[in-house]
Design a protein around this ligand. Structure first.
Ligand code: COA
Length: 369
Protein backbone atom coordinates (compact mmCIF):
# COMPACT_ATOMS: atom_id res chain seq x y z
CA UNK A 1 0.00 0.00 0.00
CA UNK A 2 1.30 3.48 -0.85
CA UNK A 3 2.86 5.40 2.02
CA UNK A 4 1.73 8.67 0.50
CA UNK A 5 -0.79 10.82 2.31
CA UNK A 6 -3.43 13.06 0.82
CA UNK A 7 -4.07 16.31 2.65
CA UNK A 8 -5.33 19.82 2.13
CA UNK A 9 -2.45 22.06 0.97
CA UNK A 10 -0.67 24.53 3.25
CA UNK A 11 1.06 27.85 2.51
CA UNK A 12 4.50 26.27 2.56
CA UNK A 13 3.54 23.77 -0.16
CA UNK A 14 2.94 26.45 -2.81
CA UNK A 15 6.58 27.08 -3.84
CA UNK A 16 6.92 23.34 -4.62
CA UNK A 17 3.88 23.02 -6.87
CA UNK A 18 5.16 24.69 -10.09
CA UNK A 19 8.00 22.14 -10.31
CA UNK A 20 5.51 19.29 -10.00
CA UNK A 21 3.43 20.86 -12.75
CA UNK A 22 6.52 21.24 -14.97
CA UNK A 23 7.63 17.64 -14.33
CA UNK A 24 4.94 16.38 -16.71
CA UNK A 25 6.49 18.31 -19.62
CA UNK A 26 8.68 15.51 -20.97
CA UNK A 27 5.66 13.21 -21.18
CA UNK A 28 3.93 15.68 -23.51
CA UNK A 29 7.15 16.19 -25.47
CA UNK A 30 7.38 12.43 -25.89
CA UNK A 31 3.87 12.51 -27.34
CA UNK A 32 4.98 15.12 -29.89
CA UNK A 33 3.18 17.94 -28.06
CA UNK A 34 6.04 20.43 -27.67
CA UNK A 35 3.68 23.39 -27.41
CA UNK A 36 2.17 21.88 -24.27
CA UNK A 37 5.55 20.74 -22.91
CA UNK A 38 6.92 24.28 -23.27
CA UNK A 39 4.09 26.06 -21.48
CA UNK A 40 5.48 27.67 -18.31
CA UNK A 41 3.94 26.32 -15.09
CA UNK A 42 1.69 28.58 -13.05
CA UNK A 43 3.63 30.53 -10.38
CA UNK A 44 3.01 29.78 -6.68
CA UNK A 45 0.64 32.77 -6.34
CA UNK A 46 -1.72 31.20 -8.87
CA UNK A 47 -2.54 28.56 -6.28
CA UNK A 48 -3.51 31.06 -3.59
CA UNK A 49 -7.25 31.34 -4.36
CA UNK A 50 -7.71 27.55 -4.21
CA UNK A 51 -5.58 27.39 -1.05
CA UNK A 52 -7.79 30.02 0.56
CA UNK A 53 -10.96 28.21 -0.55
CA UNK A 54 -9.68 24.89 0.83
CA UNK A 55 -9.87 23.29 -2.61
CA UNK A 56 -6.21 22.51 -3.17
CA UNK A 57 -5.06 19.04 -2.10
CA UNK A 58 -1.59 17.54 -2.22
CA UNK A 59 -0.25 14.03 -2.02
CA UNK A 60 2.84 14.07 0.14
CA UNK A 61 5.68 11.57 0.64
CA UNK A 62 7.00 10.23 3.94
CA UNK A 63 8.78 13.54 4.59
CA UNK A 64 5.49 15.34 4.02
CA UNK A 65 6.83 16.83 0.79
CA UNK A 66 4.21 17.24 -1.97
CA UNK A 67 4.68 15.06 -5.06
CA UNK A 68 1.30 15.78 -6.62
CA UNK A 69 -1.66 18.11 -6.33
CA UNK A 70 -5.18 18.77 -7.53
CA UNK A 71 -6.46 22.32 -7.78
CA UNK A 72 -10.20 22.88 -7.94
CA UNK A 73 -12.04 26.05 -8.83
CA UNK A 74 -15.68 26.82 -9.63
CA UNK A 75 -17.10 26.99 -13.17
CA UNK A 76 -20.81 27.42 -13.85
CA UNK A 77 -21.39 26.94 -10.13
CA UNK A 78 -19.79 23.47 -10.15
CA UNK A 79 -16.38 22.42 -8.88
CA UNK A 80 -13.92 22.31 -11.77
CA UNK A 81 -10.57 20.51 -11.75
CA UNK A 82 -8.22 23.23 -12.95
CA UNK A 83 -5.20 21.03 -12.67
CA UNK A 84 -4.21 17.54 -11.61
CA UNK A 85 -0.53 16.78 -11.53
CA UNK A 86 1.57 13.95 -10.08
CA UNK A 87 5.34 13.81 -10.49
CA UNK A 88 6.17 11.09 -13.08
CA UNK A 89 8.61 9.50 -10.59
CA UNK A 90 5.56 8.65 -8.49
CA UNK A 91 3.37 7.32 -11.31
CA UNK A 92 1.47 4.06 -10.98
CA UNK A 93 0.40 4.40 -7.33
CA UNK A 94 -3.15 5.65 -7.98
CA UNK A 95 -2.14 9.02 -6.51
CA UNK A 96 -4.04 10.92 -9.21
CA UNK A 97 -7.16 8.89 -8.53
CA UNK A 98 -6.80 9.45 -4.78
CA UNK A 99 -6.38 13.20 -5.25
CA UNK A 100 -9.51 13.28 -7.38
CA UNK A 101 -11.35 11.24 -4.77
CA UNK A 102 -10.40 13.77 -2.10
CA UNK A 103 -11.79 16.54 -4.29
CA UNK A 104 -14.93 14.53 -5.05
CA UNK A 105 -15.53 13.77 -1.39
CA UNK A 106 -15.30 17.46 -0.61
CA UNK A 107 -17.57 18.35 -3.57
CA UNK A 108 -20.20 15.84 -2.48
CA UNK A 109 -20.16 17.06 1.09
CA UNK A 110 -20.52 20.63 -0.18
CA UNK A 111 -23.70 19.50 -1.95
CA UNK A 112 -22.46 19.56 -5.55
CA UNK A 113 -24.00 17.12 -8.04
CA UNK A 114 -21.19 17.20 -10.57
CA UNK A 115 -17.62 18.20 -11.18
CA UNK A 116 -16.02 19.19 -14.49
CA UNK A 117 -12.66 19.43 -16.24
CA UNK A 118 -11.24 19.92 -19.71
CA UNK A 119 -8.55 17.64 -21.10
CA UNK A 120 -6.94 16.09 -24.17
CA UNK A 121 -9.24 13.50 -25.70
CA UNK A 122 -6.57 11.12 -26.98
CA UNK A 123 -3.59 11.53 -24.64
CA UNK A 124 -3.63 8.23 -22.71
CA UNK A 125 -3.11 9.82 -19.28
CA UNK A 126 -5.83 12.42 -19.98
CA UNK A 127 -9.24 11.60 -21.57
CA UNK A 128 -9.00 7.78 -21.44
CA UNK A 129 -7.66 7.96 -17.86
CA UNK A 130 -10.57 10.09 -16.64
CA UNK A 131 -13.00 7.83 -18.44
CA UNK A 132 -11.64 4.85 -16.51
CA UNK A 133 -12.22 6.82 -13.32
CA UNK A 134 -15.89 7.28 -14.17
CA UNK A 135 -15.86 10.67 -15.91
CA UNK A 136 -17.93 11.12 -19.06
CA UNK A 137 -17.49 13.36 -22.08
CA UNK A 138 -19.76 16.39 -22.09
CA UNK A 139 -21.21 17.07 -25.55
CA UNK A 140 -20.35 20.54 -26.83
CA UNK A 141 -24.06 21.48 -26.87
CA UNK A 142 -24.30 20.85 -23.11
CA UNK A 143 -21.49 23.18 -22.03
CA UNK A 144 -22.54 25.90 -19.62
CA UNK A 145 -21.34 29.44 -20.34
CA UNK A 146 -18.29 29.17 -18.09
CA UNK A 147 -17.11 25.87 -19.56
CA UNK A 148 -17.74 27.13 -23.11
CA UNK A 149 -15.61 30.21 -22.34
CA UNK A 150 -12.86 28.02 -20.88
CA UNK A 151 -12.85 25.90 -24.03
CA UNK A 152 -12.73 29.02 -26.21
CA UNK A 153 -9.77 30.31 -24.21
CA UNK A 154 -7.98 26.99 -24.78
CA UNK A 155 -8.66 27.20 -28.51
CA UNK A 156 -7.32 30.78 -28.56
CA UNK A 157 -4.09 29.54 -26.98
CA UNK A 158 -3.69 26.97 -29.74
CA UNK A 159 -4.20 23.98 -27.45
CA UNK A 160 -6.79 22.43 -29.73
CA UNK A 161 -4.13 21.32 -32.18
CA UNK A 162 -4.81 18.08 -30.34
CA UNK A 163 -8.51 17.44 -29.71
CA UNK A 164 -9.70 18.61 -26.33
CA UNK A 165 -12.96 17.94 -24.54
CA UNK A 166 -14.93 18.85 -21.44
CA UNK A 167 -15.78 16.01 -19.08
CA UNK A 168 -17.98 15.66 -16.01
CA UNK A 169 -18.14 13.33 -13.06
CA UNK A 170 -21.63 12.78 -11.68
CA UNK A 171 -21.54 13.06 -7.92
CA UNK A 172 -25.23 12.97 -7.14
CA UNK A 173 -26.22 9.97 -5.08
CA UNK A 174 -28.02 7.27 -7.03
CA UNK A 175 -31.18 5.53 -5.90
CA UNK A 176 -31.16 5.27 -2.17
CA UNK A 177 -28.51 7.89 -1.50
CA UNK A 178 -25.81 5.48 -2.67
CA UNK A 179 -23.22 7.03 -4.98
CA UNK A 180 -21.78 5.34 -8.04
CA UNK A 181 -18.29 4.26 -6.96
CA UNK A 182 -15.52 3.71 -9.45
CA UNK A 183 -12.14 1.98 -9.28
CA UNK A 184 -9.75 1.32 -12.17
CA UNK A 185 -11.59 -1.92 -13.01
CA UNK A 186 -14.95 -1.83 -11.25
CA UNK A 187 -17.98 0.47 -11.40
CA UNK A 188 -20.35 -0.03 -8.48
CA UNK A 189 -23.93 1.09 -9.10
CA UNK A 190 -26.73 1.18 -6.55
CA UNK A 191 -28.73 -2.05 -6.87
CA UNK A 192 -32.28 -1.59 -8.13
CA UNK A 193 -35.01 -3.90 -9.43
CA UNK A 194 -33.64 -3.63 -12.97
CA UNK A 195 -30.67 -5.70 -11.79
CA UNK A 196 -32.78 -8.65 -10.67
CA UNK A 197 -32.04 -10.75 -13.82
CA UNK A 198 -28.31 -10.40 -13.13
CA UNK A 199 -28.75 -11.64 -9.59
CA UNK A 200 -30.57 -14.67 -10.99
CA UNK A 201 -27.43 -15.61 -12.89
CA UNK A 202 -25.29 -15.37 -9.78
CA UNK A 203 -27.40 -17.26 -7.29
CA UNK A 204 -28.19 -20.02 -9.82
CA UNK A 205 -24.52 -21.12 -9.62
CA UNK A 206 -24.12 -23.78 -6.89
CA UNK A 207 -20.38 -23.05 -6.63
CA UNK A 208 -21.09 -19.37 -5.88
CA UNK A 209 -23.63 -20.44 -3.24
CA UNK A 210 -21.48 -23.20 -1.72
CA UNK A 211 -20.74 -21.44 1.58
CA UNK A 212 -24.07 -19.59 1.67
CA UNK A 213 -26.73 -22.22 1.03
CA UNK A 214 -24.80 -25.28 -0.10
CA UNK A 215 -26.76 -25.31 -3.39
CA UNK A 216 -28.11 -23.01 -6.10
CA UNK A 217 -31.17 -20.92 -5.27
CA UNK A 218 -34.26 -21.67 -7.35
CA UNK A 219 -35.65 -18.80 -9.49
CA UNK A 220 -38.53 -18.42 -7.01
CA UNK A 221 -36.11 -18.24 -4.09
CA UNK A 222 -34.02 -15.65 -5.92
CA UNK A 223 -37.05 -13.42 -6.55
CA UNK A 224 -38.26 -13.81 -2.98
CA UNK A 225 -34.83 -12.99 -1.54
CA UNK A 226 -33.63 -10.24 -3.86
CA UNK A 227 -36.70 -8.28 -4.99
CA UNK A 228 -37.32 -6.76 -1.53
CA UNK A 229 -33.61 -6.02 -1.14
CA UNK A 230 -33.38 -4.31 -4.55
CA UNK A 231 -36.12 -1.97 -3.41
CA UNK A 232 -35.07 -1.65 0.25
CA UNK A 233 -35.03 2.00 1.33
CA UNK A 234 -33.85 1.41 4.90
CA UNK A 235 -30.19 2.36 4.31
CA UNK A 236 -31.05 5.29 2.06
CA UNK A 237 -30.63 8.18 4.43
CA UNK A 238 -27.11 7.00 5.26
CA UNK A 239 -25.95 6.00 1.77
CA UNK A 240 -25.76 2.31 2.73
CA UNK A 241 -27.20 -0.72 1.00
CA UNK A 242 -26.46 -2.97 -1.97
CA UNK A 243 -24.44 -2.20 -5.11
CA UNK A 244 -23.98 -4.17 -8.33
CA UNK A 245 -20.55 -4.14 -9.94
CA UNK A 246 -19.60 -3.93 -13.61
CA UNK A 247 -16.26 -4.30 -15.41
CA UNK A 248 -16.12 -0.73 -16.69
CA UNK A 249 -18.28 2.35 -16.81
CA UNK A 250 -20.12 2.02 -20.12
CA UNK A 251 -23.54 0.54 -20.82
CA UNK A 252 -23.18 -3.14 -21.62
CA UNK A 253 -20.14 -3.60 -19.34
CA UNK A 254 -19.94 -7.14 -17.92
CA UNK A 255 -21.75 -7.81 -14.64
CA UNK A 256 -19.28 -8.89 -11.97
CA UNK A 257 -21.44 -9.44 -8.90
CA UNK A 258 -22.70 -7.51 -5.89
CA UNK A 259 -21.21 -5.81 -2.87
CA UNK A 260 -23.07 -4.48 0.15
CA UNK A 261 -22.38 -2.23 3.07
CA UNK A 262 -24.68 -1.98 6.02
CA UNK A 263 -27.29 -4.55 5.09
CA UNK A 264 -26.85 -8.26 4.82
CA UNK A 265 -29.01 -11.23 5.51
CA UNK A 266 -30.90 -9.07 7.96
CA UNK A 267 -34.46 -8.56 6.86
CA UNK A 268 -35.17 -5.61 4.57
CA UNK A 269 -36.47 -2.74 6.62
CA UNK A 270 -34.57 -3.64 9.77
CA UNK A 271 -32.63 -0.79 11.43
CA UNK A 272 -29.32 0.35 9.94
CA UNK A 273 -26.67 1.59 12.37
CA UNK A 274 -25.07 4.95 11.64
CA UNK A 275 -21.69 4.09 13.22
CA UNK A 276 -20.90 0.51 12.16
CA UNK A 277 -21.78 -1.62 9.16
CA UNK A 278 -21.28 -5.10 7.81
CA UNK A 279 -19.65 -5.51 4.40
CA UNK A 280 -20.19 -8.40 1.95
CA UNK A 281 -19.61 -9.52 -1.64
CA UNK A 282 -20.54 -12.20 -4.15
CA UNK A 283 -18.97 -12.44 -7.60
CA UNK A 284 -19.69 -14.34 -10.77
CA UNK A 285 -17.33 -17.31 -10.83
CA UNK A 286 -15.77 -16.19 -14.13
CA UNK A 287 -14.27 -13.20 -12.35
CA UNK A 288 -12.83 -14.84 -9.25
CA UNK A 289 -9.18 -14.56 -8.27
CA UNK A 290 -8.36 -11.37 -10.08
CA UNK A 291 -8.51 -9.09 -7.08
CA UNK A 292 -11.87 -7.70 -8.20
CA UNK A 293 -13.83 -8.46 -5.02
CA UNK A 294 -11.11 -6.70 -3.02
CA UNK A 295 -10.97 -3.75 -5.41
CA UNK A 296 -14.73 -3.11 -5.25
CA UNK A 297 -14.80 -3.70 -1.49
CA UNK A 298 -11.95 -1.24 -0.95
CA UNK A 299 -14.04 1.47 -2.67
CA UNK A 300 -16.98 0.64 -0.40
CA UNK A 301 -14.79 0.73 2.71
CA UNK A 302 -13.55 4.16 1.64
CA UNK A 303 -17.14 5.30 1.04
CA UNK A 304 -18.13 3.94 4.46
CA UNK A 305 -15.38 5.72 6.36
CA UNK A 306 -14.99 8.92 4.35
CA UNK A 307 -18.50 9.71 3.23
CA UNK A 308 -20.89 7.86 5.53
CA UNK A 309 -18.67 8.52 8.55
CA UNK A 310 -18.72 4.96 9.91
CA UNK A 311 -16.41 4.19 12.82
CA UNK A 312 -16.18 0.42 12.18
CA UNK A 313 -16.82 -2.05 9.37
CA UNK A 314 -17.06 -5.78 9.99
CA UNK A 315 -17.51 -8.93 7.88
CA UNK A 316 -18.51 -12.50 8.60
CA UNK A 317 -18.03 -15.76 6.74
CA UNK A 318 -17.64 -19.48 7.31
CA UNK A 319 -14.13 -20.25 8.59
CA UNK A 320 -13.68 -22.56 5.58
CA UNK A 321 -14.45 -19.77 3.06
CA UNK A 322 -10.81 -19.02 2.18
CA UNK A 323 -11.72 -16.67 -0.67
CA UNK A 324 -13.90 -14.42 1.45
CA UNK A 325 -11.33 -14.41 4.24
CA UNK A 326 -8.73 -13.48 1.61
CA UNK A 327 -10.75 -10.40 0.66
CA UNK A 328 -11.09 -9.43 4.33
CA UNK A 329 -7.33 -9.74 4.84
CA UNK A 330 -6.61 -7.78 1.69
CA UNK A 331 -8.82 -4.96 3.00
CA UNK A 332 -6.66 -4.78 6.11
CA UNK A 333 -9.37 -6.25 8.35
CA UNK A 334 -8.45 -8.05 11.59
CA UNK A 335 -9.76 -11.48 12.59
CA UNK A 336 -11.64 -10.84 15.83
CA UNK A 337 -13.50 -14.08 16.58
CA UNK A 338 -14.42 -17.59 15.51
CA UNK A 339 -17.74 -18.91 16.74
CA UNK A 340 -19.20 -22.38 16.22
CA UNK A 341 -22.97 -22.02 16.01
CA UNK A 342 -25.73 -24.60 16.10
CA UNK A 343 -27.49 -24.92 12.73
CA UNK A 344 -30.57 -27.02 11.86
CA UNK A 345 -29.02 -28.07 8.59
CA UNK A 346 -25.26 -27.35 8.80
CA UNK A 347 -23.22 -26.80 5.64
CA UNK A 348 -20.00 -28.78 5.17
CA UNK A 349 -17.34 -26.99 7.22
CA UNK A 350 -19.82 -25.51 9.72
CA UNK A 351 -18.01 -27.40 12.49
CA UNK A 352 -15.07 -25.00 12.01
CA UNK A 353 -17.36 -22.11 12.78
CA UNK A 354 -17.98 -18.60 11.49
CA UNK A 355 -15.26 -15.97 11.54
CA UNK A 356 -15.69 -12.25 12.11
CA UNK A 357 -13.19 -9.66 10.86
CA UNK A 358 -13.26 -5.91 11.37
CA UNK A 359 -11.48 -2.66 10.65
CA UNK A 360 -11.92 0.67 12.40
CA UNK A 361 -11.79 4.05 10.70
CA UNK A 362 -8.51 4.77 12.47
CA UNK A 363 -6.92 1.52 11.33
CA UNK A 364 -8.05 2.20 7.79
CA UNK A 365 -6.60 5.72 7.80
CA UNK A 366 -3.32 4.42 9.20
CA UNK A 367 -3.20 1.82 6.41
CA UNK A 368 -3.47 4.55 3.78
CA UNK A 369 -0.32 6.25 4.96
C1 COA B 1 -15.45 -14.39 -2.00
C2 COA B 1 -15.31 -13.89 -3.43
C3 COA B 1 -16.21 -12.68 -3.61
C4 COA B 1 -13.83 -13.49 -3.66
O1 COA B 1 -13.71 -12.88 -4.93
P1 COA B 1 -12.33 -12.66 -5.68
O2 COA B 1 -12.51 -11.49 -6.59
O3 COA B 1 -11.87 -13.96 -6.25
O4 COA B 1 -11.33 -12.23 -4.52
P2 COA B 1 -9.94 -11.48 -4.73
O5 COA B 1 -9.38 -11.87 -6.06
O6 COA B 1 -10.13 -10.05 -4.43
O7 COA B 1 -9.02 -12.19 -3.65
C5 COA B 1 -8.69 -11.63 -2.39
C6 COA B 1 -7.68 -12.51 -1.70
O8 COA B 1 -8.26 -13.80 -1.45
C7 COA B 1 -7.46 -14.83 -2.04
N1 COA B 1 -8.37 -15.85 -2.57
C8 COA B 1 -9.37 -15.67 -3.46
N2 COA B 1 -9.98 -16.85 -3.70
C9 COA B 1 -9.36 -17.76 -2.94
C10 COA B 1 -9.55 -19.16 -2.75
N3 COA B 1 -10.50 -19.84 -3.39
N4 COA B 1 -8.72 -19.79 -1.89
C11 COA B 1 -7.75 -19.13 -1.22
N5 COA B 1 -7.54 -17.80 -1.35
C12 COA B 1 -8.33 -17.13 -2.20
C13 COA B 1 -6.73 -14.13 -3.16
O9 COA B 1 -5.56 -14.81 -3.53
C14 COA B 1 -6.44 -12.78 -2.54
O10 COA B 1 -5.38 -12.91 -1.64
P3 COA B 1 -4.09 -11.96 -1.69
O11 COA B 1 -4.57 -10.62 -1.24
O12 COA B 1 -3.16 -12.61 -0.71
O13 COA B 1 -3.62 -11.99 -3.10
C15 COA B 1 -15.70 -14.97 -4.45
O14 COA B 1 -14.91 -16.12 -4.23
C16 COA B 1 -17.16 -15.36 -4.35
O15 COA B 1 -18.03 -14.71 -4.90
N6 COA B 1 -17.46 -16.48 -3.64
C17 COA B 1 -18.83 -16.94 -3.52
C18 COA B 1 -19.70 -16.07 -2.63
C19 COA B 1 -19.16 -15.92 -1.22
O16 COA B 1 -18.67 -16.90 -0.65
N7 COA B 1 -19.25 -14.72 -0.67
C20 COA B 1 -18.81 -14.42 0.64
C21 COA B 1 -19.78 -14.92 1.63
S1 COA B 1 -19.38 -14.35 3.24
Amino acid sequence: MSRMTIRVARDDDLPLLPAIDASGGPLFRGAGMDLVADMPPDPPEAFEPALAAGTLWVTADEDDRPVGFVRVGLVDGHPHVDQLSVHPDQAGQRLGARLLEAAETWARSAGHAEMSLTTYRDVPWNGPYYERLGWRVLPVASLGPGLAAARQHERDRGLDRWPRQAMVKDLAPGPGGRPVLTTPRVTLRPMTLEHLPLLHRLDADPEVMRHLLGRARTPEEIDAFWAPRCADPSGDALGLGWWVGFAGAGAGADFLGWWDLGRRDSEPGSPVRPDAAEIGWRLDRRYWRRGLASEGAAALVRHGFETVGLRRIWAETMAVNAASRGVMRRLGMRHVSTEVRAWDDPLPGAEEGEVTYEITAEEWRRGLR
